[in-house]
Design a protein around this ligand. Sequence first.
Ligand code: GAR
Length: 195
Amino acid sequence: MKLAVLVSGNGTNLQSIIDAIKEGYISDVKISYVISSSPQAYALKRAEENAIRSTVVEKKDLVSRLKPIFEEVDLVVLAGFLWIIPDELLKIRPMINVHPSLLPLFGGKGMYGMKVSEAVIASGMKISGPTVHLVTNDIDGGPIIMQKCLVVKDDDTPETLLERTHPLEHQILVEAIKQMSEKEYKIVGRRVIFS
Ligand code: GAR
């Protein structure tokens, strides 16, 4: 299965996919492209170090640049990519996104990174954790593929919560890609069921 991975920052989620492929935990999976919304993204360095083709896109060229790339791959992975994906690109290939909260809570337009963990702490919730979901035109609202929980500690800050959420994101993103590369899935109502 060929992947296009879209990034904008550090790229720790990208790294977790690279590592899982290297270690053989996910086999028959190859990252064909890394696409970044920022030329400064450290994720680009990770791509370069692993001999993965990469490119930087501008918002105005999103459709024309990404369409031919998406057509070449089997799955598109949003790993910290924060721009909204136009409908025209959504229908090309299945696309998944990793988000640092238990959706459908704390998602939607403008909810990313630290903003999410600030909202979780402010809500008083005692549990949190990341979600991997299918991307639809409903921002952060697509069918859920995988989630993992952690307990919010009394002394957690938005920073520590986000830091503790990250390793769980890496686990479920790799696991979701593994499942999607090895199994069929169907969407029943709002549920994603693997067979
Ligand atoms: C991750 O925490 C991911 O959940 C978040 O961007 C970060 C990227 O980190 N995405 C969102 O908030 C999407 N709404 P990374 O560059 O180290 O992988």
